[in-house]
Design a protein around this ligand. Structure first.
Ligand code: PHE
Length: 370
Protein backbone atom coordinates (compact mmCIF):
# COMPACT_ATOMS: atom_id res chain seq x y z
CA UNK A 1 0.00 0.00 0.00
CA UNK A 2 2.83 2.36 0.75
CA UNK A 3 3.95 1.61 -2.80
CA UNK A 4 0.62 2.84 -4.11
CA UNK A 5 0.85 6.01 -2.08
CA UNK A 6 4.39 6.68 -3.30
CA UNK A 7 3.34 6.00 -6.88
CA UNK A 8 0.37 8.38 -6.56
CA UNK A 9 2.53 11.12 -5.04
CA UNK A 10 5.14 10.68 -7.68
CA UNK A 11 2.65 10.67 -10.56
CA UNK A 12 0.82 13.65 -9.06
CA UNK A 13 4.06 15.64 -8.95
CA UNK A 14 4.97 14.74 -12.50
CA UNK A 15 1.50 15.60 -13.80
CA UNK A 16 1.56 18.95 -12.05
CA UNK A 17 4.99 19.63 -13.56
CA UNK A 18 4.01 18.66 -17.14
CA UNK A 19 4.45 21.80 -19.21
CA UNK A 20 2.83 20.77 -22.48
CA UNK A 21 0.33 18.41 -24.05
CA UNK A 22 2.99 16.02 -25.37
CA UNK A 23 4.69 15.59 -22.00
CA UNK A 24 1.31 15.03 -20.37
CA UNK A 25 0.38 12.41 -22.93
CA UNK A 26 3.67 10.58 -22.29
CA UNK A 27 2.82 10.49 -18.56
CA UNK A 28 -0.67 9.15 -19.32
CA UNK A 29 0.77 6.34 -21.45
CA UNK A 30 3.39 5.54 -18.78
CA UNK A 31 0.68 5.24 -16.09
CA UNK A 32 -2.53 4.16 -17.82
CA UNK A 33 -1.32 2.90 -21.23
CA UNK A 34 -1.27 -0.80 -22.12
CA UNK A 35 1.98 -1.46 -20.28
CA UNK A 36 1.68 1.48 -17.91
CA UNK A 37 2.49 1.28 -14.22
CA UNK A 38 -1.15 1.42 -13.04
CA UNK A 39 -2.30 -0.92 -15.81
CA UNK A 40 0.35 -3.39 -14.57
CA UNK A 41 -1.03 -3.17 -11.04
CA UNK A 42 -4.55 -3.76 -12.34
CA UNK A 43 -3.36 -6.81 -14.23
CA UNK A 44 -1.71 -8.17 -11.07
CA UNK A 45 -5.14 -8.37 -9.41
CA UNK A 46 -5.77 -11.53 -11.44
CA UNK A 47 -3.07 -13.46 -9.70
CA UNK A 48 -4.09 -12.46 -6.17
CA UNK A 49 -6.05 -14.49 -3.64
CA UNK A 50 -9.66 -13.32 -3.17
CA UNK A 51 -8.79 -11.74 0.20
CA UNK A 52 -5.84 -9.80 -1.19
CA UNK A 53 -7.94 -8.73 -4.17
CA UNK A 54 -10.76 -7.47 -1.98
CA UNK A 55 -8.35 -5.09 -0.36
CA UNK A 56 -6.08 -4.20 -3.30
CA UNK A 57 -8.88 -3.91 -5.92
CA UNK A 58 -10.57 -0.76 -4.64
CA UNK A 59 -7.20 0.77 -3.78
CA UNK A 60 -5.76 0.28 -7.27
CA UNK A 61 -9.01 1.27 -9.02
CA UNK A 62 -9.23 4.36 -6.84
CA UNK A 63 -5.66 5.21 -7.73
CA UNK A 64 -6.43 4.80 -11.43
CA UNK A 65 -9.51 7.04 -11.17
CA UNK A 66 -7.69 9.76 -9.26
CA UNK A 67 -4.70 9.75 -11.60
CA UNK A 68 -7.04 9.86 -14.63
CA UNK A 69 -8.86 12.82 -13.06
CA UNK A 70 -5.57 14.60 -12.39
CA UNK A 71 -4.46 14.02 -15.99
CA UNK A 72 -7.74 15.43 -17.30
CA UNK A 73 -7.55 18.48 -15.03
CA UNK A 74 -3.96 19.19 -16.05
CA UNK A 75 -4.88 18.78 -19.73
CA UNK A 76 -7.73 21.26 -19.38
CA UNK A 77 -5.39 23.72 -17.64
CA UNK A 78 -2.72 23.36 -20.34
CA UNK A 79 -5.32 23.76 -23.13
CA UNK A 80 -6.70 26.89 -21.50
CA UNK A 81 -3.19 28.36 -21.12
CA UNK A 82 -2.40 27.62 -24.76
CA UNK A 83 -5.64 29.28 -25.89
CA UNK A 84 -4.83 32.34 -23.79
CA UNK A 85 -1.42 32.58 -25.44
CA UNK A 86 -2.95 32.33 -28.91
CA UNK A 87 -5.60 34.92 -28.15
CA UNK A 88 -2.96 37.30 -26.88
CA UNK A 89 -0.75 36.73 -29.94
CA UNK A 90 -3.59 37.06 -32.46
CA UNK A 91 -5.23 40.05 -30.86
CA UNK A 92 -6.40 42.64 -33.39
CA UNK A 93 -5.98 46.27 -32.46
CA UNK A 94 -9.06 47.84 -33.96
CA UNK A 95 -7.74 51.32 -33.24
CA UNK A 96 -4.85 50.93 -35.75
CA UNK A 97 -5.37 52.72 -39.07
CA UNK A 98 -6.29 50.36 -41.95
CA UNK A 99 -3.67 49.85 -44.67
CA UNK A 100 -4.30 52.13 -47.67
CA UNK A 101 -6.59 50.56 -50.27
CA UNK A 102 -6.08 51.07 -53.99
CA UNK A 103 -9.32 52.25 -55.47
CA UNK A 104 -10.45 53.07 -58.96
CA UNK A 105 -12.08 56.34 -59.98
CA UNK A 106 -14.43 57.57 -62.66
CA UNK A 107 -12.42 58.93 -65.58
CA UNK A 108 -12.91 62.69 -66.16
CA UNK A 109 -14.09 62.02 -69.73
CA UNK A 110 -16.82 59.69 -68.50
CA UNK A 111 -17.76 62.09 -65.73
CA UNK A 112 -18.03 64.92 -68.26
CA UNK A 113 -20.07 62.76 -70.63
CA UNK A 114 -22.43 61.76 -67.81
CA UNK A 115 -22.90 65.40 -66.84
CA UNK A 116 -23.70 66.33 -70.44
CA UNK A 117 -26.17 63.48 -70.80
CA UNK A 118 -27.84 64.42 -67.50
CA UNK A 119 -28.32 68.03 -68.61
CA UNK A 120 -29.70 67.14 -72.04
CA UNK A 121 -31.87 64.36 -70.60
CA UNK A 122 -33.49 66.94 -68.36
CA UNK A 123 -34.14 69.07 -71.44
CA UNK A 124 -36.02 66.14 -73.01
CA UNK A 125 -33.35 64.58 -75.25
CA UNK A 126 -33.11 60.79 -75.78
CA UNK A 127 -29.72 59.10 -75.98
CA UNK A 128 -28.92 57.37 -79.30
CA UNK A 129 -25.83 55.43 -80.30
CA UNK A 130 -24.10 54.18 -83.43
CA UNK A 131 -21.11 51.99 -84.31
CA UNK A 132 -17.49 53.21 -84.14
CA UNK A 133 -16.77 51.44 -87.44
CA UNK A 134 -18.84 53.20 -90.08
CA UNK A 135 -19.29 53.06 -93.82
CA UNK A 136 -18.71 55.88 -96.25
CA UNK A 137 -22.44 56.41 -96.71
CA UNK A 138 -23.21 57.24 -93.07
CA UNK A 139 -20.00 59.13 -92.28
CA UNK A 140 -19.88 61.20 -95.49
CA UNK A 141 -22.31 60.67 -98.38
CA UNK A 142 -25.61 60.91 -96.50
CA UNK A 143 -24.20 63.97 -94.71
CA UNK A 144 -23.90 65.79 -98.02
CA UNK A 145 -20.16 65.30 -98.54
CA UNK A 146 -20.10 64.94 -102.35
CA UNK A 147 -17.95 62.07 -103.67
CA UNK A 148 -14.29 63.06 -104.16
CA UNK A 149 -15.11 66.44 -102.62
CA UNK A 150 -12.21 68.06 -100.72
CA UNK A 151 -14.47 68.46 -97.67
CA UNK A 152 -13.82 64.76 -97.00
CA UNK A 153 -10.20 65.73 -96.44
CA UNK A 154 -11.33 68.05 -93.60
CA UNK A 155 -11.23 64.94 -91.47
CA UNK A 156 -8.04 62.89 -91.48
CA UNK A 157 -9.78 59.56 -91.65
CA UNK A 158 -8.56 56.14 -90.50
CA UNK A 159 -9.64 53.77 -93.29
CA UNK A 160 -9.76 49.97 -93.19
CA UNK A 161 -8.79 47.81 -96.15
CA UNK A 162 -11.84 47.11 -98.33
CA UNK A 163 -13.96 44.22 -97.03
CA UNK A 164 -15.20 41.22 -99.06
CA UNK A 165 -18.10 43.41 -100.25
CA UNK A 166 -15.61 45.91 -101.70
CA UNK A 167 -16.74 48.53 -99.15
CA UNK A 168 -13.95 50.56 -97.51
CA UNK A 169 -15.02 50.97 -93.89
CA UNK A 170 -13.59 53.61 -91.58
CA UNK A 171 -13.43 54.72 -87.98
CA UNK A 172 -16.09 57.41 -87.73
CA UNK A 173 -14.58 60.88 -87.75
CA UNK A 174 -17.53 62.40 -85.92
CA UNK A 175 -20.79 61.35 -84.25
CA UNK A 176 -22.83 62.95 -87.07
CA UNK A 177 -23.40 59.58 -88.87
CA UNK A 178 -25.74 58.72 -86.00
CA UNK A 179 -27.95 61.62 -87.16
CA UNK A 180 -28.50 59.63 -90.35
CA UNK A 181 -29.14 56.39 -88.46
CA UNK A 182 -31.70 58.13 -86.24
CA UNK A 183 -33.58 59.71 -89.17
CA UNK A 184 -33.42 57.19 -92.01
CA UNK A 185 -36.02 54.43 -91.84
CA UNK A 186 -34.62 51.28 -93.47
CA UNK A 187 -35.95 47.77 -93.97
CA UNK A 188 -32.80 46.15 -92.59
CA UNK A 189 -32.72 46.17 -88.80
CA UNK A 190 -29.56 47.61 -87.19
CA UNK A 191 -26.65 45.19 -86.69
CA UNK A 192 -26.97 45.45 -82.90
CA UNK A 193 -29.90 46.34 -80.64
CA UNK A 194 -28.16 49.44 -79.19
CA UNK A 195 -27.69 51.07 -82.61
CA UNK A 196 -30.14 53.89 -83.31
CA UNK A 197 -33.05 53.06 -85.59
CA UNK A 198 -34.70 55.56 -87.92
CA UNK A 199 -37.89 57.14 -86.64
CA UNK A 200 -40.51 59.72 -87.59
CA UNK A 201 -40.01 63.31 -86.47
CA UNK A 202 -40.20 64.88 -84.00
CA UNK A 203 -36.70 63.71 -83.13
CA UNK A 204 -34.72 64.99 -80.18
CA UNK A 205 -31.56 63.01 -79.49
CA UNK A 206 -28.06 63.34 -78.19
CA UNK A 207 -25.31 60.95 -79.22
CA UNK A 208 -22.38 60.42 -76.86
CA UNK A 209 -19.56 58.39 -78.39
CA UNK A 210 -15.99 57.81 -79.48
CA UNK A 211 -14.61 59.43 -82.63
CA UNK A 212 -11.29 59.11 -84.48
CA UNK A 213 -9.02 61.35 -86.54
CA UNK A 214 -5.34 61.22 -87.47
CA UNK A 215 -4.41 64.13 -85.26
CA UNK A 216 -2.23 64.53 -82.17
CA UNK A 217 -1.08 67.65 -80.35
CA UNK A 218 -1.84 69.48 -77.11
CA UNK A 219 -5.53 69.90 -78.01
CA UNK A 220 -6.05 66.89 -80.34
CA UNK A 221 -5.86 63.14 -79.80
CA UNK A 222 -6.43 60.38 -82.42
CA UNK A 223 -9.36 59.04 -80.39
CA UNK A 224 -11.63 61.50 -78.67
CA UNK A 225 -15.25 61.81 -77.58
CA UNK A 226 -18.10 63.83 -78.97
CA UNK A 227 -21.67 64.50 -78.00
CA UNK A 228 -23.85 65.11 -81.03
CA UNK A 229 -27.28 66.72 -80.80
CA UNK A 230 -30.11 66.55 -83.29
CA UNK A 231 -33.58 68.09 -83.19
CA UNK A 232 -36.04 67.62 -86.07
CA UNK A 233 -39.55 69.05 -85.94
CA UNK A 234 -41.84 71.53 -87.65
CA UNK A 235 -40.89 75.20 -87.36
CA UNK A 236 -37.43 74.71 -85.87
CA UNK A 237 -35.09 77.68 -86.31
CA UNK A 238 -31.70 79.04 -85.20
CA UNK A 239 -33.27 80.60 -82.12
CA UNK A 240 -34.03 77.12 -80.76
CA UNK A 241 -30.44 76.08 -81.46
CA UNK A 242 -29.01 79.12 -79.71
CA UNK A 243 -31.23 78.76 -76.65
CA UNK A 244 -30.49 75.05 -76.32
CA UNK A 245 -26.72 75.53 -76.49
CA UNK A 246 -26.62 78.57 -74.21
CA UNK A 247 -28.81 76.82 -71.64
CA UNK A 248 -26.55 73.78 -71.81
CA UNK A 249 -23.34 75.79 -71.45
CA UNK A 250 -24.46 77.78 -68.44
CA UNK A 251 -25.63 74.60 -66.70
CA UNK A 252 -22.49 72.71 -67.63
CA UNK A 253 -20.09 75.37 -66.36
CA UNK A 254 -22.41 76.08 -63.41
CA UNK A 255 -22.32 79.82 -64.04
CA UNK A 256 -25.40 81.91 -64.70
CA UNK A 257 -23.93 84.27 -67.25
CA UNK A 258 -21.89 82.74 -70.04
CA UNK A 259 -21.51 84.98 -73.05
CA UNK A 260 -21.41 83.06 -76.31
CA UNK A 261 -20.61 84.03 -79.86
CA UNK A 262 -21.73 82.30 -83.07
CA UNK A 263 -19.21 82.55 -85.88
CA UNK A 264 -20.19 81.60 -89.45
CA UNK A 265 -18.51 78.37 -90.51
CA UNK A 266 -18.89 75.62 -93.06
CA UNK A 267 -20.06 72.04 -92.58
CA UNK A 268 -21.47 70.14 -95.58
CA UNK A 269 -24.37 68.83 -93.49
CA UNK A 270 -25.65 72.09 -92.02
CA UNK A 271 -26.76 75.36 -93.61
CA UNK A 272 -26.23 77.88 -92.20
CA UNK A 273 -23.35 76.53 -90.10
CA UNK A 274 -21.63 78.12 -87.15
CA UNK A 275 -19.01 77.55 -84.54
CA UNK A 276 -19.87 78.60 -81.03
CA UNK A 277 -17.29 80.34 -78.86
CA UNK A 278 -17.57 81.06 -75.15
CA UNK A 279 -16.18 84.09 -73.45
CA UNK A 280 -13.16 83.26 -71.33
CA UNK A 281 -10.09 84.58 -69.59
CA UNK A 282 -6.82 82.99 -70.66
CA UNK A 283 -4.46 85.35 -68.87
CA UNK A 284 -3.71 82.96 -66.00
CA UNK A 285 -2.54 79.35 -65.97
CA UNK A 286 -6.13 78.15 -66.18
CA UNK A 287 -8.82 79.08 -68.68
CA UNK A 288 -11.66 80.79 -66.82
CA UNK A 289 -15.08 80.54 -68.46
CA UNK A 290 -17.51 83.45 -68.29
CA UNK A 291 -14.92 86.19 -67.62
CA UNK A 292 -12.21 88.01 -69.52
CA UNK A 293 -12.01 89.17 -73.11
CA UNK A 294 -10.96 86.01 -74.97
CA UNK A 295 -13.06 83.52 -76.93
CA UNK A 296 -12.78 79.76 -76.99
CA UNK A 297 -14.26 77.58 -79.73
CA UNK A 298 -16.16 74.71 -78.21
CA UNK A 299 -18.55 73.28 -80.78
CA UNK A 300 -19.83 73.16 -84.33
CA UNK A 301 -23.51 73.52 -85.15
CA UNK A 302 -26.08 74.59 -87.69
CA UNK A 303 -29.46 73.99 -89.29
CA UNK A 304 -29.69 70.50 -90.82
CA UNK A 305 -29.03 70.79 -94.56
CA UNK A 306 -32.11 70.01 -96.73
CA UNK A 307 -30.00 67.48 -98.66
CA UNK A 308 -29.36 65.54 -95.44
CA UNK A 309 -33.06 65.50 -94.61
CA UNK A 310 -33.82 64.34 -98.17
CA UNK A 311 -31.20 61.58 -98.10
CA UNK A 312 -32.87 60.35 -94.89
CA UNK A 313 -36.35 60.39 -96.43
CA UNK A 314 -37.58 63.49 -94.56
CA UNK A 315 -39.32 66.29 -96.51
CA UNK A 316 -37.42 69.56 -95.83
CA UNK A 317 -40.52 71.56 -96.81
CA UNK A 318 -42.31 70.10 -93.79
CA UNK A 319 -39.54 69.51 -91.28
CA UNK A 320 -36.50 71.51 -90.22
CA UNK A 321 -33.90 70.80 -87.62
CA UNK A 322 -30.71 71.80 -85.96
CA UNK A 323 -27.64 69.80 -85.03
CA UNK A 324 -24.50 70.34 -83.01
CA UNK A 325 -21.38 68.42 -82.13
CA UNK A 326 -18.99 69.09 -79.29
CA UNK A 327 -15.78 67.59 -77.97
CA UNK A 328 -16.33 65.96 -74.59
CA UNK A 329 -12.68 65.69 -73.60
CA UNK A 330 -12.04 69.33 -74.52
CA UNK A 331 -15.00 70.50 -72.40
CA UNK A 332 -13.81 68.27 -69.55
CA UNK A 333 -10.30 69.76 -69.57
CA UNK A 334 -11.83 73.25 -69.57
CA UNK A 335 -14.23 72.58 -66.71
CA UNK A 336 -11.74 70.72 -64.53
CA UNK A 337 -8.61 72.72 -65.39
CA UNK A 338 -6.37 70.18 -67.09
CA UNK A 339 -3.60 71.72 -69.17
CA UNK A 340 -3.10 68.96 -71.78
CA UNK A 341 -5.81 66.96 -73.55
CA UNK A 342 -3.44 64.04 -74.14
CA UNK A 343 -3.27 63.34 -70.38
CA UNK A 344 -6.90 62.23 -70.65
CA UNK A 345 -5.70 59.15 -72.56
CA UNK A 346 -2.28 58.51 -71.02
CA UNK A 347 -3.58 56.06 -68.41
CA UNK A 348 -1.28 57.48 -65.71
CA UNK A 349 -2.68 56.24 -62.41
CA UNK A 350 -1.23 59.21 -60.47
CA UNK A 351 -3.09 61.58 -62.81
CA UNK A 352 -6.25 59.51 -62.46
CA UNK A 353 -5.95 59.50 -58.67
CA UNK A 354 -5.79 63.30 -58.78
CA UNK A 355 -8.39 64.09 -61.45
CA UNK A 356 -10.67 61.01 -61.17
CA UNK A 357 -14.11 61.19 -59.57
CA UNK A 358 -15.71 59.07 -56.88
CA UNK A 359 -18.11 56.50 -58.28
CA UNK A 360 -20.57 57.63 -55.60
CA UNK A 361 -20.76 61.17 -56.98
CA UNK A 362 -22.84 60.16 -59.99
CA UNK A 363 -24.20 63.30 -61.62
CA UNK A 364 -27.87 63.95 -61.93
CA UNK A 365 -29.81 67.19 -62.30
CA UNK A 366 -31.09 67.01 -58.71
CA UNK A 367 -27.58 66.72 -57.24
CA UNK A 368 -26.44 69.88 -58.98
CA UNK A 369 -24.32 67.63 -61.21
CA UNK A 370 -21.21 67.79 -59.10
N1 PHE B 1 -19.52 66.88 -86.94
C1 PHE B 1 -18.92 68.18 -86.78
C2 PHE B 1 -17.46 67.98 -86.35
O1 PHE B 1 -17.11 66.94 -85.88
C3 PHE B 1 -19.63 68.99 -85.72
C4 PHE B 1 -21.03 69.32 -86.10
C5 PHE B 1 -22.07 68.51 -85.72
C6 PHE B 1 -21.28 70.46 -86.84
C7 PHE B 1 -23.37 68.82 -86.07
C8 PHE B 1 -22.57 70.79 -87.18
C9 PHE B 1 -23.60 69.98 -86.79
O2 PHE B 1 -16.64 68.85 -86.50
Amino acid sequence: MTDLLALETDLGAQIAAASDANGLEALRVAALGKSGSISGLLKSLGSMSPDERREAGPAINGLRDRVAAQLAARKAALDAAELDLRLAAERVDLSLPAPPRRKGSVHPTMQTMDEMVAIFAEMGFDVAEGPDIEDDFHNFTALNFPPKHPAREMHDTFFFNPGPDGERRLLRTHTSPVQVRAMQKTNTPPAAPWIAQGREPPIRIIVPGRTYRKDSDQTHTPMFHQVEGLVIDKGIHMGHLKWTLETFISRFFETGAVTTRFRPHHFPFTEPSAEMDVQCDRSGAEVKIGEGSDWLEILGCGMVHPNVLRSCGIDPDIYQGFAFGMGVDRLGTLKYGMPDLRDMFAGDTRWLAHYGFSAFAAPNPASGLS
